[in-house]
Design a binder for this molecule. Structure first.
Ligand code: ADP
Ligand code: ZN
Ligand code: ZN
Length: 755
């Protein structure tokens, strides 16, 4: 009898899987295959992946159960190695990690995109036709043949038929035939940009391309730091083309692809010939399945996608080796998955490149301090682009002390203005010159502070289930004119008219992008909401398709001004943007998270990078802030990444925080505070018992947001100079059963979110 080790997808956290007997009918079973195995009391068939074959039985062979069946789906062997690394490093069950590597639709084999379409057979209908069918036939004669095949419903629409009945009749009589067609749809394909292959690289770009191309064929890690608009994308494309010429494949990661249709479009446009698959969370399961099979069937050589695209099933054994991995905007927090397995796709990309033996190229205008430190210490090769390509200049950035401006114009219509006089003047000038404007305010809603006007009363509206204030959103469609929402648990309430404690009329304070929109509409008659002015945030941009549409309206010039949250800071490339305004640069600066300065710097640099992306005119950026002297704001205004990064790195070094150290964070959640604290204490004790002296363990302590959705949240943090001692402390507690990732306990290695 032969035996195999299986990592089942659910339930058990065993790094080496479970042993099963391999029936003779499955004698050729291979590592990476997805199978079903009997598990648990009822021997229910449970899916899992083969992680080893031809193993020795580790218990009485009579008690080893045979595998139930193969599912027909499989992962390349390299991915099994990668999954083992992820499961170990990020403290996640192996089976669940493997399951996360393939979209659910692929694992289940559902949601195929084979659909029925029709085309003419060339045969003429004979005999007398019913009137509707005859009309349909006649309309068909002037229909462009190049548009076939297409779905019957669509054809009926084009022919202005009320039903598809006549089309079915034409099929029955042999004038049309129906066929099964495999279709792949991606909304961003519409954005496929001009294939500007003719560009002559700048000497700096060429130098970087040459240096990285020389490394193709084995593992190396590169960090490309290039100011916004420096032409990093062009550099990636040139290296990609060389890799493809060698007959290899490539993975391009972009953060949240649905938010960056322009970037995705450039890759699609340039590499259309080689075939590009797009993988990200905004696809329907059918679309995802289709894109995945494009890769696994060998029909494309390039994958562009968000986080999970790092698991694209290219494989050397199948003649499709990965020759290059690109991680664009590598600093972006969207690369970190916030549920099991809690991996960071950027770091997984480095690991995969190592396993595949290929270069990995990470790029950003404001690299994460983690990557910056890796570059400074020689683990990554640093390449820099310090000027914009194509003759464009970096925008001029003006920092405005908002406290001072408010003294100049404190109240207006009984409210504090969010747009100060200088910002207002600059917007007016940009609009008068027929330029476009982008305004960033990283706060959704209308007002983020709802309270009693009487200081002696002091009532502030908070969420019943979270340790957080609630936010007022206006919505004219609602009878109450709006609602109050908690941004953590999404619970919704009505805006109370009066203070529940003392009965005075409540005040709404603070800022939100809806209020900015309202102020703008009041001051600039030419800015009409939903016509010449768009507000973009996750409340009203609900799909990638809608996002693309809205951006197109901006690109066409019909829309003059965009106001939005950080989603507008990313990757937009519109040459007519004269002015970028940061309404309040302080939204992130005071958060109790050691990365708040880094995030502030990144956000301002990124959004400032949207201005002046053409050679004719220099762009202009206005930053309103209550802390004009804060380092991230000063350095971002001077486009001085290196100055910021080195100063911030020194601070982290002194404080013993990442990236000078490594961190893992365990958050225990429970409805009952006593239970939560007790569980967290048990975890901390177990870790302290097993950890070496080089690991510093903090906590248990309440999280900065101590309660979300009624769950109390208690944290334990592990900090050490390197990852290894943290790993072994966690591994020991895990093997003792004192620590497991489950509904109550989240283990987050290299955490990004600390609230
Ligand atoms: P980044 O990715 O660094 O922000 P992009 O690759 O988007 O920069 O390039 C910014 C703009 O400059 C794009 O419109 C691009 O077509 C253009 N560009 C890039 N390289 C060159 C070049 N060598 N010559 C002229 N224009 C270039
Ligand atoms: Zn809440
Ligand atoms: Zn009150």
């Amino acid at each position: 009898m032969r035996y195999a080790r299986i990592a089942v997808e659910r339930g058990v956290d065993l790094p080496d899987g479970l042993t099963y007997a391999v029936p003779d009918s499955m004698a050729d079973l291979r590592i990476g295959e997805r199978v079903e195995a009997p598990l648990g009391r009822g021997d229910a068939a449970s899916p899992g992946f083969v992680i080893d074959v031809n193993v020795q039985p580790d218990l009485d062979p009579a008690r080893i159960k045979p595998l139930s069946r193969r599912t027909g789906m499989s992962l390349p062997p390299t991915m099994i190695d990668l999954a083992r690394w992820i499961a170990r490093y990020y403290c996640a069950p192996l089976g669940m990690t493997l399951a996360a590597m393939a979209p659910a639709a692929v694992r289940r084999g559902v949601g195929g995109v084979v659909r029925t379409e029709v085309e003419p057979t060339g045969a003429e209908p004979i005999g007398k036709l019913p009137p509707a069918t005859k009309a349909a036939w006649e309309a068909l004669q002037s229909f462009d043949l190049g548009r076939f095949p297409l779905p019957p419903r669509e054809l009926a629409d084009h022919l202005e038929l009320r039903t598809i009945g006549p089309i079915n009749r034409l099929i029955e009589i042999g004038a049309l035939r129906s066929l099964k067609v495999r279709r792949v749809r991606a909304a961003w394909a519409e954005h496929a940009a001009e294939a500007d292959r003719g560009l002559v690289l700048t000497p700096d770009q060429q130098r970087i391309v040459d240096a990285i191309v020389a490394k193709i064929g084995s593992f190396s890690a590169h960090l490309v730091r290039g100011v916004t608009g420096a032409g990093k994308t062009e550099v990636y494309l040139r290296i990609l083309e060389r890799v493809i010429e060698r007959g290899e494949c490539a993975i391009v990661l972009v953060p949240e692809i649905s938010l960056t249709p322009q970037t995705a479009g450039r890759f699609l446009g340039r590499l259309a010939k080689e075939g590009v698959a797009v993988l990200h969370s905004g696809l329907t399961s059918a679309q995802r399945n289709a894109q995945w099979s494009l890769v696994s069937d060998g029909r494309v050589r390039v994958v562009v996608g968000a986080r999970s695209a790092i698991f694209a099933p290219f494989a050397r054994e199948l003649g499709r080796p990965v020759g290059l991995i690109i991680v664009d905007e590598e600093h972006d927090g969207a690369y970190k998955q916030d549920q099991l397995p809690r991996y960071n796709a950027r770091d997984v990309a480095v690991k995969r490149a190592q396993l595949e033996g290929c270069p990995v190229v990470m790029g950003s205008a404001s690299p994460s301090l983690e990557s910056w430190r890796n570059a400074k210490e020689g683990r990554y090769t640093l390449h820099e682009l310090t000027e914009r390509a194509g003759g464009a200049f970096m925008p001029r950035v003006e920092v405005i002390d908002f406290a001072e401006e408010r003294r100049a114009r404190p109240w207006r219509e009984n409210r504090v203005s969010l747009i100060g006089p200088r910002m207002e003047k600059a917007i007016g000038r940009a609009l008068d010159a027929d330029g476009q404007v982008i305004l960033l305010l990283n706060r959704r809603g209308y007002a983020n502070y709802i309270c009693c006007p009487d200081h002696r009363c002091g009532w502030v509206m908070t969420c019943d289930d979270c340790d957080a204030a609630t936010v007022y959103h206006r919505d004219k469609r609602l009878p109450a004119g709006g609602y109050v929402r908690c941004h953590h648990c999404l619970a919704q309430q009505r805006l109370p008219a009066v203070c529940p404690r003392c009965g005075k009329t409540v005040n709404t304070f603070g800022m939100g992008s809806q209020r900015v929109e309202e102020e703008l509409a009041m001051r600039f008659p030419q800015l009409v909401p939903d016509e010449t002015m768009l507000r973009l945030d996750s409340d009203n941009v609900t799909s990638g398709r809608l996002w693309s549409e809205l951006l197109q309206r901006f690109g066409s010039g019909e829309v003059k001004l965009l106001v939005g949250t950080q989603m507008i800071a990313k990757g937009l490339d519109f040459p007519n943007v004269r002015l970028v305004g940061v309404v309040n640069a302080d939204t992130a600066i005071n958060l109790p998270d050691f990365r708040s300065a880094e995030r502030t710097f990144q956000l301002i640099s990124q959004v400032a990078g949207r201005a002046g992306r053409c050679a004719e005119r220099r762009g202009y950026v206005i930053v309103q802030t209550f802390s004009p002297e804060a380092p991230p704001i000063r350095y971002a205004a001077n486009h001085d990444y290196v100055g910021f990064a080195d100063e911030e790195l020194a601070l982290r070094e002194r404080a013993g925080l990442p990236p000078a150290t490594r961190m893992a964070r365990i958050v225990v959640r429970h409805k009952d505070l006593v239970k939560a604290t007790g569980m967290a204490r048990a975890v901390a004790d177990a870790l302290r018992r097993g950890a070496g002296s080089e690991v510093h363990i903090r906590g248990p302590m309440p999280c900065p947001i101590s309660r979300i959705s009624g769950q109390h949240r208690i944290a334990v943090e592990l900090i050490a100079r390197s990852a290894a001692p943290i790993q072994s402390a966690i591994a020991r507690a895990r093997s003792e059963g004192a620590l497991r990732s489950d509904a109550h306990t989240a283990v987050d290695v290299d955490p990004i979110a600390l609230l």
